[in-house]
Design a binder for this molecule. Structure first.
Ligand code: DGJ
Length: 730
């Protein structure tokens, strides 16, 4: 039932649990988008389309004398360039003769059981018991043998529709893709807000919400990574939509490289959203007979506000995107030495720290940057992935043994994509780094980026990594990437194919990661790019958790984690307690508050335990005990944003509620303090209305907590925190 093709009406309708998506082939064979929204039965929404003769609209030749027919006004399922639709196009191809015009018409369709996959790229997958179908609608250019296959993954029970496009060149000549978006959505009417997540290093995923205005507005990245600066996740929301009510659409790109997300309001007040690989510096050769897959975009419609939308993404990404042992296995509480020592450590120092960590209840000790090559600062060593035994005072195998001997798991840091000029690798293979002959390369953190579009470069780094991983017991690997790409030029590609590099780089990265997780299925992989510079759904296919931000300040993290939560599950959010005063901001916060905030993620510590007072150690022991008790509720429960940190200045509050309503954990942090302050109340969610809950010996009716609310404690001083655990009365 998830895909219905009404041949007579030439109507395709996709149904998920609560949403419906529809398109129709019109009399000229143009595929029109008719509807995406709340599910209704047996409706042909083409009645919403209104055509009139608009000045300066172009009419296709086969529309004959019908001046009301124009692709400029008609809602397009996948817009193309040059045949009358002047809005932003999803597809632009340069033919052998230099022509960029395309006129896509319906060719055929196929409905397949299960969910399609994309060779070499991340995709949401169906699990046993999921009801998943694939619809493939094939369009063809009217003149040339260019075929465009639109893929729809209809994940009925997940309430999600995924899209990807495969472009096939069946002509006898090469053609060049200049833009190949993963999706295009034309909403016939509606007054929308455009919500994006902007930021910078140490302040990722800040929420921006502005009305969609006439013309084009966009966010994207041309940095070679999805970036700290804009996230490949955007929302189109009705003006009135809020956290718990109203309509919104989420668009998430499963891609870790250059991307563009555009919204355009046209002359007829229709809104178009296009999302995919960024067309800047993208020029991909498609030889005769070749095909090209775009990355996947995952769309969610919610009529229950942002909360519902986020919960759909959380569930789907946790269960149907993340893979491997740690998708389900309990993630260990970790201690990472980075903010504790930076580069200044020895093997003995680490063992000393690990001993203390073990006594606190930590389960995994991570040795961060600085254990390899010549690496006592960030000027040298990247690319030389051999153990600096002099610094460690022993082999890595021995160090790992010593850490394991303390009852801890052991993890290490890598930055496989980068190279220092002061490294053996660079001295041997300078052409493996992105740089342009005759120019000096642009540095970032004093390092260069290796050309991961090249198999030989990847193979070399992979072999080096295996040499390390095969000779020590390693349980965890942090994959970092500390700069963005410049000097995009590959010594391995001819001049006319240099526009392929950025995409090939991402494909190379995915190929590497796939090989790595297959060879080391027991290693827990944590993604990282200077914190959250590549926090995207593409990376989640390989690493079930990603270091959320290099900003470990608990108060800053409130907004960073709030923004992150719109698309990404708590189980993906790397979050640690660090020292106070905080190293990024100098702010002092109680250790209890740092822990409360870090618990809304994959919990851990990032400090030197030798510097902790006895009181702090006692507190940490208790924090870890408490966290372990809440683990399932936090990781598998439903996440609720109770306050909006941009509006509610006094407190930031969030909640985890068990799926079955049996318990809820409400966490609150006081952010701002006032004299003679007014009481602050919050309404909880996800409880059973007619059941009683007990919290600190008090009894509350579920409905009362949800609709009447709950008063937060009065406080003096900023940055205090509370955890309220409501348990269903037996
Ligand atoms: C950036 C990461 O986000 C940090 O946690 C740390 O691993 C450093 N890189 C090491 O260079």
């Amino acid at each position: 039932m998830a895909v219905v093709f009404d041949e007579k009406k030439a109507l395709f309708t996709l149904y998920t649990k609560n949403s419906m998506y529809q398109m129709k082939k019109d009399d000229l064979g143009v595929l029109l988008h008719t509807y995406y929204g709340r599910k209704t039965e047996n409706t042909d929404y083409s009645y919403l389309i209104y055509c009139k003769d608009r000045g300066f609209a172009a009419n296709p030749y086969d529309a004959e004398k019908n001046r009301t027919y124009s692709t400029e006004i008609l809602p397009q399922e996948y817009s193309c360039f040059g045949t009358g639709d002047y809005r932003t196009s999803a597809l632009r191809i340069r033919g052998a003769g230099g022509c960029r015009v395309l006129d896509l018409r319906y060719e055929n369709c196929e409905i397949l059981e299960g969910k399609y996959t994309i060779p070499g790229m991340p995709a949401v997958y169906a699990q046993e018991g999921d009801s998943a179908k694939t619809l493939v609608v094939t369009l063809k250019d009217k003149a040339e043998d260019i075929f465009v296959h639109l893929y729809y993954g209809v994940m009925e029970n997940l309430d999600m529709i995924t899209r990807a496009v495969r472009i096939e060149n069946r002509t006898a000549q090469p053609v060049y893709l200049e833009k190949a978006a993963s999706m295009c959505l034309d909403q016939i009417y509606g007054s929308y807000d455009w919500m994006t997540f902007y930021g910078k290093h140490e302040m990722e995923r800040q929420l921006s919400r502005t009305p969609v205005h006439h013309g084009l507005q966009s966010v994207g990245s041309v940095r070679g990574a999805s970036s700290h600066h804009y996230n490949p996740f955007v929302i189109l929301a009705d003006h009135r939509t809020g956290e718990t009510q109203g309509e919104c659409y989420g668009f998430s790109l499963l891609y870790s490289g250059n991307f563009l997300a555009e919204a355009e309001l046209d002359q007829a007040n229709q809104t178009r959203v296009v999302m995919g690989i960024h067309p800047d510096n993208f020029d991909f050769e498609l030889k005769a007979g070749d095909d090209f897959w775009t990355p996947e975009a995952a769309m969610v419609y919610s009529c229950g506000g942002f909360e519902k939308m986020s919960q759909i993404y959380h569930y789907a990404y946790r269960n149907n995107l993340c893979r491997g042992k740690y998708k389900k296995a309990r993630r260990p509480v970790l201690m990472n030495n980075w903010e504790g020592t930076y580069f200044d450590f020895t093997g003995d120092k680490l063992v000393e720290m690990a001993k203390e960590a073990a006594a606190l209840g930590v389960e995994l000790f991570v040795m961060d940057d600085g254990w390899f090559g010549k690496r006592d600062d960030d000027f040298s060593g990247l690319g030389d992935w051999y153990v600096n035994e002099k610094k460690l005072g022993c082999t890595l195998g021995k160090l790992s043994e010593r850490i394991h001997g303390l009852g801890l798991k052991f993890g290490i840091w890598f930055e496989p994509e980068c190279v220092s000029e002061d490294s053996d690798l660079y001295r041997e293979h300078p052409d493996w780094a992105f740089q342009i002959p005759g120019r000096k390369p642009v540095r970032g953190r004093y390092q260069l980026v290796l050309d991961f579009s090249r198999q030989d470069v990847r193979d070399h780094v992979f072999a080096q990594m295996c040499e390390v991983l095969d000779h020590a017991e390693i349980d965890y690997l942090k994959w970092d990437f500390n700069r963005n790409i410049t000097d995009i030029f590959s010594a391995a590609l001819p001049a006319h194919r240099q526009g392929e590099i950025c995409h090939r780089y991402v494909l190379g990265l995915y190929d590497f990661l796939e090989k790595l997780i297959n060879r080391y299925p027991n290693i827990l992989l944590e993604g990282c790019s200077g914190g959250g510079g590549r926090f995207d759904a593409g990376m989640l296919y390989y690493s079930p958790q990603i270091w959320c931000s290099d900003d470990t300040d608990a108060i800053e993290r409130l907004k960073i984690q709030y923004g992150t939560s719109f698309a990404y599950p708590i189980s993906a959010v790397g979050s640690h307690v660090s020292a106070s005063p905080n190293h990024q901001t100098g702010r002092k916060t109680p250790i209890a508050t740092r822990a409360t905030v870090a618990m809304a993620g994959t919990f851990g510590y990032e400090l030197d335990p030798m510097k902790l007072s006895e009181e702090e150690k006692t507190e940490i022991r208790e924090q870890i005990r408490v966290y372990k008790g809440y683990y399932d509720l936090i990781q598998d429960g439903k996440y609720y944003r109770i306050t909006d940190p941009y509006r509610d200045e006094a407190f930031t509050v969030w909640e985890f509620a068990a799926e079955d309503g049996s318990e809820a954990l409400v966490s609150a942090v006081s952010v701002k303090t006032y004299p003679n302050a007014a009481p602050v109340y919050v309404k909880l969610r996800g409880l059973l209305e007619d059941k009683f809950y007990v919290m600190n010996g008090e009894r509350y009716l579920g409905a009362a907590l949800m609709y009447g609310g709950f008063r937060l404690p009065a406080f003096r001083g900023e940055y205090q925190s509370w955890n309220f655990h409501f348990v269903l009365e037996k």
